[in-house]
Design a protein around this ligand. Structure first.
Ligand SMILES: NC(=O)c1ccc[n+]([C@@H]2O[C@H](COP(=O)([O-])OP(=O)(O)OC[C@H]3O[C@@H](n4cnc5c(N)ncnc54)[C@H](O)[C@@H]3O)[C@@H](O)[C@H]2O)c1
Length: 338
């Protein structure tokens, strides 16, 4: 496998699926998307034709094709589990976009399938772990150069979201990224979750209270606040400030171009995650290709996918009940401790 390109079959040819086909086939090395499928099969077949891939009407047939070495799943969230399970059963590595599955018990079924196989097959698409700024912060925390982390102030801001967004989406779709990346950054699990509402903007979807603030505490007592404001009608802006014993650390701002216009001088900011995290997506998928060819999983595991959904469920319950909810995980199996 090391000597030849990894032949990848992708299921779910929607927005991010198509962007992953482009990045792998035009920018990355060592792997090539050779096949694709989408449950909306005519659509999937048209994407196959456009990109010169082998198209399958049935995603399961593609996953089981011996000419497909590894799988990427970029379908809508509720359908991840079935394709991840099929890949594990076929003994193939799979990169699954986040969330691994919407509910923790579905993630646990995937963990159990890996335990039964005695091997990890799954990498979850938490691309922020590959972002240069978060990695710099992690290095500073891990070396304890500035003492222990005590408090984190974070923000997740979007220009706007579709009209069908409701209160559940702020946690389950947007702040899940913080739930994963901050657990990784601090290297510890959460103890409690809480979600509080401020005054709501009048400019978002009717069913969405926006902004919301999620408050997490870790097992050692680090306290984290995350603002989710997804209809700021401005820019896509991700912030992470860490108050340590001896310093305050801030994630670096992206390098924006300077713009002089209408007698004002300023910067053109990003408006979506694909601009902001382009490099992270590339590094993430290159790392997955490299690790897969070396017969191992290197990035966020199925257990990380499970842990994220446990905390997200607690945060959702906290939001609905306006209480502080404990985050309770099952015990981590040996397979995931290495
Ligand atoms: N890591 C990130 O930053 C990031 C960013 C965007 C999306 N995502 C994730 O990627 C996944 C896809 O998101 P998207 O924005 O491309 O969505 P999308 O709606 O553009 O595409 C989803 C695809 O799922 C397919 N689908 C629809 N019904 C299905 C079914 N019954 N079974 C299987 N597939 C079905 C659709 O045909 C479509 O091609 C989601 O899980 C999302 O959370 C991750």
């Amino acid at each position: 496998m090391k000597e030849r390109e990894l032949r990848i079959g992708l299921v779910g040819t929607g927005g991010i699926g198509r962007s992953h086909i482009e990045r792998i086939n035009r920018q990355l090395q060592g792997g090539v998307v050779t096949a694709c499928a989408d449950p909306a099969s005519e659509f999937g077949l048209s994407i196959a034709e456009k990109n010169g891939l082998k198209g399958y009407a049935d995603p399961m047939e593609m996953i089981n094709d011996p000419e497909v070495d590894a799988v990427i799943c970029t379908t809508a969230d509720p359908y991840h589990e079935q394709y991840v399970m099929a890949a594990i059963q076929a003994g193939k590595y799979i990169f699954c976009e986040k969330p691994l599955a919407p509910k923790a018990d579905a993630c646990k079924r995937i963990v159990e399938a890996e335990l039964k196989a005695g091997k990890k097959y799954v990498q979850v698409g938490f691309m922020r772990r590959y972002d240069r700024g978060y990695r710099q912060l992690k290095e500073a925390i891990d070396t304890k150069a500035y003492g222990e982390a005590l408090l984190l102030h974070c923000a997740h801001r979007n220009p706007s979201v579709p009209d069908d967004w409701d209160n559940t989406m702020a946690v389950e779709n947007s702040m899940v990224h913080e739930i994963d990346v901050l657990r990784w950054l601090l290297g510890e699990d959460y103890a409690t979750a809480e979600v509080r509402f401020g005054k709501s903007t009048s400019r978002g979807p009717k069913g969405l209270h926006d902004p919301q603030i999620m408050i997490l505490t870790t097992k050692s007592g680090v306290r984290i606040d995350v603002e989710s404001f997804v209809n700021n009608f401005n820019d896509y802006d991700i912030k992470c400030e860490i108050v340590c014993e001896n310093a305050v650390l801030n994630m670096p701002e992206p390098v924006y171009i300077s713009v002089n216009t209408k007698a004002q001088k300023g910067q053109a900011m990003y408006t979506d995650c694909f601009q902001r995290f382009e490099e992270a997506y590339n590094v993430e998928l290159q790392s997955w290709i490299n690790a897969t060819k070396e017969d191992r999983v290197e990035g966020p595991t199925a257990w990380d996918g499970y842990a994220c959904q446990v905390a997200a469920a607690a945060a959702s319950k906290a939001r609905d009940t306006q209480t502080i909810v404990p985050v309770v995980y099952d015990e981590m199996p040996e397979l995931y401790k290495a």
